[in-house]
Design a protein around this ligand. Structure first.
Ligand SMILES: [Zn+2]
Length: 399
């Protein structure tokens, strides 16, 4: 057993205390110091005034450290998992892009191989499929060549190949067949999320009735108010605010969404309906220099500056290079500014990186420091610098 001492962030409060882990699980969490259990622990790690939080969970991430999950090797998976662990991510959902089926199925095979191996990095809690059933008009950086219609035949094949590992699927609900797929995913316990979509608010309401529960990267790759013959037609952004049945993802890198929109999102949805995500591409972990958008061989060179990847002409973003420590810092400094203070502010920022994403994608033993939950912990100091990241009881990063 291992004992962690520090300022524990748990269930909406912060207290000096200790967490004891036993193998991959949390054995106990106690307020104050309980020296009587010291003898039971092989190791006691005293973090003093630093915070011990539930392990950060990133439900939307493509890459980091120069690698993308679709690069197709075990080394790339491990590089990404290690890079993000060094910034606080304990658990991640490797996220695909629209690609040929054989590449997607190779990704599933690789996922299984790596997830069951021993490596130093964030652990994987299932795959997030971003496409291929999305709208060409909102494809963003995705390759249009690989967009598909959700036919029974196709998604049966994908669901079979990805049995037990697909946790989330981002789909445009206006594409023919998508409503039926929403019901199917719901019945299989897979989170159906709306994204890369031009659906109007009526279609979004239909989608909610058909099992869709989230909006992928809120504001990015989605419709907003348009006008037809003078009449306003609300889109997905407005649906996100109106429907309680839709939770939202926020790329809280401080670039994709300005402070005021982050505040509006928090004010309207509340912490239980907002998951902070990195949506990071391979450039994550670098704050300057060059990176590649898309495939290493045929992708496009782009530049990293101002904390974000930009197209060479600097007219558009090429993706986020964010990490979860930055999400936490921005949620605290930008999103929650003016709404909460002190411990409540930090607890709420942590909640949107732990309990909320866990509950939205059905990770029932993660997101909290509770006895019998998975021993996932992120320890950070007053400057949001990560000191250690623990996943399933194992320290996979130590500063
Ligand atoms: Zn993405």
């Amino acid at each position: 057993m291992i004992k962690y001492l520090g300022r524990i962030i748990s269930e909406g409060e912060i207290f000096d205390g200790e967490v004891v882990t036993d193998g991959g699980k949390i054995a106990s969490v106690t307020k104050g110091r309980n020296a009587s259990t010291d003898a039971l622990c092989n190791t006691i790690k005293d973090f003093g005034g630093a915070y011990v939080a539930p392990g950060f969970i990133d439900i939307h991430v493509h890459g980091g450290g120069g690698s993308d999950f679709l690069d197709g090797t075990k080394a790339d998976f491990v590089t990404i998992a290690a890079l993000h662990a060094s910034h606080g991510t304990a658990v991640m959902l490797p996220t695909s892009l629209c690609c040929p089926d054989d590449e997607l199925f190779a990704l599933f095979d690789l996922y299984r191989e790596v997830a069951n191996s021993d490596y130093d990095g964030a652990s994987f809690a299932g795959i997030h499929l971003e496409g291929p059933y999305i709208a060409a008009s909102q494809k963003g950086a995705q390759d249009e060549t690989y967009l598909k219609k959700p036919t029974h035949e196709h998604y049966d094949k994908v669901l079979k190949a990805g049995k037990g590992i697909i946790r989330r699927w981002t789909i445009a609900p206006e594409v023919e067949g998508a409503m039926e797929l929403g019901k199917r995913l719901k019945s299989e316990g897979i989170c159906a999320s709306i994204g890369h979509s031009d659906a109007d608010i009526t279609t979004a309401g239909e989608a909610v009735k058909n099992g869709y529960t989230m909006l992928t990267h809120f504001y990015s790759g989605m419709s907003t108010i348009s006008r037809k013959n003078g009449f306003r037609i609300p889109g997905l952004v407005e649906a996100g605010y109106l429907y309680d049945g839709l939770a939202v993802e926020a790329i809280c890198d401080g670039c994709h969404l300005p402070k005021e929109l982050l505040q509006l999102i928090y004010k309207s949805k509340g912490a239980s309906k907002v998951a902070l995500i990195t949506d990071a591409m391979r450039g994550a972990g670098s704050l300057s220099g060059e990176t590649i958008l898309g495939s290493r061989t045929s992708g496009q060179r782009c530049i990293i500056e101002d904390g974000v990847a930009k197209m060479p002409d600097r007219q558009a973003f090429a993706g986020s290079v964010c990490t979860t420590d930055r999400l936490l810092k921005n949620a605290y400094n930008l999103m929650l500014d003016g709404y909460l203070e002190g411990d409540a502010r930090l607890c709420t920022a942590v909640q949107m990186l732990t309990a909320t994403p866990a509950s939205l994608v059905g990770l029932t033993s993660k997101g909290h420091i509770r006895a019998s939950y998975d021993a996932d912990l992120t320890v950070f100091d007053n400057n949001f610098t990560v000191l250690t990241t623990v996943t399933r009881g194992k320290a996979v990063y130590t500063k």
